[in-house]
Design a protein around this ligand. Sequence first.
Ligand code: KIV
Length: 239
Amino acid sequence: MKGRKRIAALTAYDYPTARLLSEAGLDIILVGDSLGMVVLGYPDTTSVTMADMEHHTRAAARAMPRSLLAADLPSGSYNTPEAAVANATRLIAAGAEAVKAEGGLAIAEQIKAIRTAGIPFLGHIGMLPQTIHQEKRYRIKGRSQEEKQALIADAQFLADVGAFAVVLELVDPPVADEITKRIPIPTIGIGSGQDCDGQILVFNDLVGTFPWFRPRFVKPRMEAFALMREAIMAWRASI
Ligand code: KIV
């Protein structure tokens, strides 16, 4: 799709949302580990387990989406190449068609092992939410020359190793643009400007079902939480 059509991707963690996104013609549905925050009530993504990911991937897969269904390897599930392949295989068995893990060259051996096992791989570089405890805050990546060069090297590695696309999260927009122009695989941006080959968002941020934490770059298209509250109050007043 690179250079031909912009890629639209959203997260889904359950059957009705996956079915909705498929019927809406989304290109990619991601069972993201963001489910830890927007569904399971954790403060960040680091507590999400393989069992959580399998459970929600199975639910999304039951919608039999026409969109490509990718699932996140959660924190701690790909510390070694062996663990990466074993857990990626579990996500595929749960119904995912591809897996995503956070990092580039830092997890080169794990990604090579996943690719050698024949599992389609979606890269993810830039701000890596699974490292939030080390990072302390969500911040734009690539503003320094050092960070910029590291991101370019990671993106090039992901293309070379056979990732089919790469998510760029909170990458300085001019750097995201440069990476997009340099590598042959699609870039899918989140908070990384408009020049990527596609965009991905957390579904709940787009429709306003998680109003308590909303990344600054998200412009919600509706406030579903407020509408649901109104419906509940109207029903309550009617009984
Ligand atoms: O977990 C997730 O939802 C993600 C996207 C935000 C890219 O990784």
